[in-house]
Design a binder for this molecule. Sequence first.
Ligand SMILES: Nc1ncnc2c1ncn2[C@@H]1O[C@H](COP(=O)(O)OP(=O)(O)OP(=O)(O)O)[C@@H](O)[C@H]1O
Ligand SMILES: [Mg+2]
Length: 254
Amino acid sequence: MNNILIVKHLKEIYHDHDKEFVALDNISFTIAKGEILSLLGPNGAGKTTTVSIIGGYLIPTSGKVMMNGQDITTTNKRPSIGVSFGGEMGFYRKATARQNLMFFADLAKVPYRQQKDEVARVLDIVELGNVANKKTGEFSKGMTQRLHIARALLGNPSLLLLDEPTSGLDVEIAKSVQDTVKNLAAAGISILLTSHTMSEVEKLADRVVILGAGKVFYDGTVSGVVKLASDHTGRQLTTLEDSYLALAPKLRRK
Ligand SMILES: Nc1ncnc2c1ncn2[C@@H]1O[C@H](COP(=O)(O)OP(=O)(O)OP(=O)(O)O)[C@@H](O)[C@H]1O
Ligand SMILES: [Mg+2]
């Protein structure tokens, strides 16, 4: 298998005052080249924690993340991973989209002489080229979300981590973000996407990993989830949403 990423036995324990909280409990999965893997699970299941560890923002209590054969949890060499958590924060509101991305291109170690072209390239991918000179403080939610993806694309990473990339977007903008994600995967970029929108996951994901209470509850295809839920309920389910809802009680933290 041409796995670009291998996540092995990840455990994350948060310390809340003197109490321990096991956010991730022995999480393992892989992502292949050009694959769209969707990480699902209820609020608090551990999706963002997993994305944070793979992205290098959080050190796991134990376990490892291998990328191209190297354990990236113990190296400070930044591998080729682009991360987008989205949200309203993250950009300097008084600067233009281009100025913001020039700053992040530098952080992403894009060579100085390529920065201008690289910023134009990523703005083009997310269809923000025509508003490159607009201040990001004047951006709508959808524009900001697409700018987050553009930022994650700087330096042409081979793996993209997108935490709820379409949350809060209108249907049309969400569709354009989904199309962008599809195109990037078709170009060979691997994508880990978290989402609460089952119709979106159904359209995009080659595979889904469902987390429940910090553990991997399911790892397989969308049709596999539908079959599992149908067997579980004794009803013939058809959509991922109905199937997910049928399994949801099993995913709650005790
Ligand atoms: N810094 C922290 N300190 C303590 N507990 C935390 C911290 N960050 C997350 N948690 C807890 O860890 C669990 C997993 O959180 P995480 O944000 O990974 O969930 P999630 O699957 O992304 O949820 P959502 O769908 O709401 O985004 C939650 O119970 C959360 O309260
Ligand atoms: Mg989250």
